[in-house]
Design a protein around this ligand. Structure first.
Ligand SMILES: Cc1cc2nc3c(=O)[nH]c(=O)nc-3n(C[C@H](O)[C@H](O)[C@H](O)COP(=O)(O)O)c2cc1C
Length: 201
């Protein structure tokens, strides 16, 4: 039996349980750029997630251009301010003052954004993309990187304007925008409720 291993595992690999419990939504980054080898390793971890009927419907866009990231952040803020983001009609949990503040960047000035797209429209494409997203988030922990899903960016990324800008086919759908970089400081743990078991027969 052959066992699949990471071609680019970090030298001090951590256990899957460690990665799960150490992962945090990181919103404070150093200016350090994530190198190409690390990004390839993260993408490789992402595509090792299970996919329905082994369809492998995910594709990735990587954005490290600061000017482009700032433009995209401003576009997200503009959609929120105009109240036309159907996912976040009132700006989600952010107050109007927060998302219109000049210095607020929805990507928290992270050096890298990876967007996971579904290439087709099947019933499990969203699930496939989110499973790939979780693999990527856990791989970030193993590589000493911080990461955070930025759901606020989904609507902007699915506009024709941004699909064109990023070279995305019109028929593809952005599901999971994930920022990553070197954490600037330790991120406190966010507590969880215990699992709610409503049936165990
Ligand atoms: C689908 C999804 C969308 C999210 N969107 C945002 C976002 O737009 N901005 C943000 O700062 N955090 C976002 N988060 C991160 C959550 O706020 C975070 O995971 C949650 O507060 C729990 O914190 P933890 O991940 O550190 O345990 C998102 C997480 C998920 C799963």
């Amino acid at each position: 039996m052959s066992v699949s291993t990471s071609p680019m595992a970090p030298e001090s690999a951590i256990s899957a349980m460690d990665a799960i419990y150490r992962r945090r939504a990181v919103r404070d980054y150093t200016h350090e750029k994530v190198d190409k080898a690390a990004i390839h390793a993260l993408l490789d971890a992402a595509v090792h997630a299970p996919t329905a009927m082994h369809e492998e419907p995910c594709a990735f866009a990587i954005v490290q251009d600061k000017v482009l990231l700032n433009r995209l952040s401003n576009c997200v803020k503009d959609l929120l301010a105009r109240g036309i983001d159907p996912i976040h009609p009132r700006g989600g949990k952010l107050t109007h003052d927060q998302f219109t503040a000049r210095d607020f960047n929805v990507f928290y000035n992270a050096s890298t954004l990876i967007v996971i797209y579904g290439k087709s429209m099947g019933p499990f494409v969203a699930a496939d993309c989110w499973l790939a997203a979780e693999n990527l988030l856990l791989a970030c922990v193993a590589h000493g990187l911080g990461a955070c899903v930025i759901g606020l960016a989904v609507t902007a990324l699915n506009t024709q304007e941004w699909k064109k800008e990023l070279g995305v086919d019109a028929g593809m759908t952005a599901y999971a925008p994930i920022i990553l970089g070197m954490p600037a400081a330790p991120t406190p743990q966010v507590p969880r409720k215990p699992p709610e078991i409503f049936t165990w027969k």
